[in-house]
Design a protein around this ligand. Structure first.
Ligand code: BG6
Length: 510
């Protein structure tokens, strides 16, 4: 896939050798990159963990993970063993300087062995409580000093609120320059999310009408059928607003609403995205009920099976007040978007898995067709479908065949699967490769993270001050609480998820 681009020799240090992220995402993604011959030949993974474990035991464990989560399926020994030789385990306490001294020596040893300077990537795949610690130790050990050759990678949650996000950013900035810090939002690694930029700015067709003059409203939906699964403990303290809206949905909003970039430079794109958040109209705390709705699922059915209520999930309090559904109404105060509502919603245990952005165009200024011609008339709609369908649908009006003039809505489809033979890489493959290439385009900058928190703080504060008294307020397998309808202006609606045409798929819209 990426053989044309040469990467520098690399030492990839993972703090949290035995954690879920390493097992399910990082090692499978690195392994898949190796199969694509996208890793440098001089490459080592040093996985750091607290427990006593030999290299072989760790490799066996990671092999299991790769067998389950690699997009290439089971890894046969002939391909796994050569890759596994690049992995070594280092036992160490994350809060002891000796761990970092040992890491420094190991990196130096590898460089000597390779006869080449190596870039050092430090990935914090640990519980968030260590995010504020590891950078300090790396800094003290001198491992952050080389601005060109050392990098740190951090995952969401970046803070718990604005204040803690600022504190974390300050800690990171004390040892690392912003150009060395890679904050991952895995949504940005998804092909279809990156395609939003391609679609908007590589085609002259839509950009001229991508504004308040032609667009009535925009909805962004990230619906999941799953519940919190084994992550009840984490989710209880996060909730849907922190878990999904502050990061993934805000990123989608930025991509759909940003101004055209002047170049494909990382900071140019990130500046344009940050501008969107700066343009977002502040939510007044006393107006939160008019802009935000929260929900929590009770028992019900999803995917044809009985589903427990959130309060019955493992790790969740029986009287939990954590929201598993959020709907928001936002406005952007700028020339392009003034008064165009952006409706965002996300939830767990919704009826369908669907991540999509729907752009609803305005009605024609004058309806010249006779009323009987346009009974099924609907304004045009463009859907950017991110997951599980990957593609774009444009719904517009066409004449129904026959002697009479009758208008009917029809769909035009683009499906990734049908148009491109190439399979999409996993988001982590894209992102890890970009970290190794030192390309920060798809990563969140400190100011953007803080701007997103700033926008949402009034909602978090208002919700904390007035705990919900109606939870659970939607049944698993439904589209969230009825109140989510209340946010919508008259004539607006949450669109049902789109289906792309394809083998085994029904053509046409719901
Ligand atoms: C994660 C959230 O960031 O994204 C999860 O913590 C959520 O709660 C997941 O399920 C969704 O990601 P994807 O890629 O499956 O849409």
């Amino acid at each position: 896939m990426k053989t044309a681009d040469r990467l520098d020799p690399t030492v990839f240090v993972i703090f949290g050798a035995t954690g879920n992220l390493t097992l399910r995402k990082l090692i499978p993604a690195l392994f898949d990159l190796s199969l694509d011959r996208s890793l440098p030949s001089q490459f080592a993974i040093i996985a750091v963990g607290r427990i006593e474990l030999g290299d072989d035991a760790l490799r066996r464990r990671l092999h299991d993970g790769v067998n389950q989560f690699s997009r290439f399926g089971k890894a046969q020994p002939a391909v796994w063993n050569p890759f596994a030789q690049h992995i070594q385990y280092q036992q160490g306490d994350f809060k002891k300087p000796s761990t970092y001294a040992a890491l420094g020596s190991q990196c130096a040893k590898l460089e000597k062995q390779w006869g080449a300077k190596a870039q050092r990537i430090f990935y914090m795949a640990t519980p968030p409580s260590l995010f504020g610690e590891i950078p300090k130790y790396l800094g003290k050990a001198g491992l952050a000093r080389d601005r060109e050759w050392s990098r740190i990678v951090i995952e969401k949650p970046i803070g718990y609120d604005l204040e803690s996000a600022r504190t974390l950013n300050t800690i990171l900035a004390a040892s690392f320059a912003e150009s060395q810090i890679f904050r991952i939002d895995h949504y940005l690694g998804k092909e279809t999310v990156q395609n939003i930029l391609a679609f908007r700015f590589a085609n002259p067709v839509f950009e001229p009408i991508w504004n308040r003059r032609y667009i009535d409203y925009v909805t962004i939906t990230v619906a999941e059928t799953s519940g919190v699964e084994l992550r009840g403990g984490y989710y209880e303290h996060a909730g849907a607003l922190r878990d999904m809206v502050q990061n993934h949905l805000m990123q989608l909003l930025c991509l759909v609403a940003m101004e055209p970039m002047v170049s494909f430079d990382a900071d140019e794109i990130r500046n344009k995205k940050a501008d969107v958040l700066h343009a977002a109209r502040a939510i007044q705390r006393d107006a939160v009920p008019q802009c935000a709705v929260r929900g929590q699922y009770g028992p019900g059915h999803t995917d044809g099976e009985k589903a427990p209520g959130y309060r019955e999930e493992d790790g969740v309090a029986v009287d939990s007040r954590t929201e598993t559904f959020v709907a928001l109404k936002l406005f952007l105060d700028n020339w392009r978007w003034q008064d165009v509502p952006f409706y965002l919603r996300t939830g767990k245990r919704l009826p369908q898995q669907a991540s999509e952005i729907s752009i609803q165009f305005r009605a024609v200024p004058h309806q010249a067709f006779p009323p009987e011609a346009s009974l099924g008339w609907q304004p045009s709609r463009l859907v950017l479908s991110i997951h599980p369908e990957e593609g774009i649908v444009l719904a517009f009006q066409a004449k129904y065949p026959g002697p009479k003039m009758q208008l009917r809505p029809v769909d035009m489809h683009f499906s990734y699967r049908e148009s491109f033979a190439a399979p999409s890489p996993d988001a982590y493959e894209t992102l890890l490769w970009d970290v190794m290439k030192k390309d920060a385009t798809l990563f969140m900058r400190a100011d953007q993270v803080e701007a997103a928190w700033q926008l949402l703080m009034p909602v978090l504060d208002a919700w904390q001050a007035a705990p919900p008294c109606d939870f659970p307020n939607y049944a698993a397998g439904t589209w969230g609480p009825e109140d989510a309808q209340r946010l919508l202006a008259q004539g607006h609606s949450w669109p049902p998820p789109t289906q792309l045409a394809g083998p085994g798929k029904k053509k046409g819209r719901h």
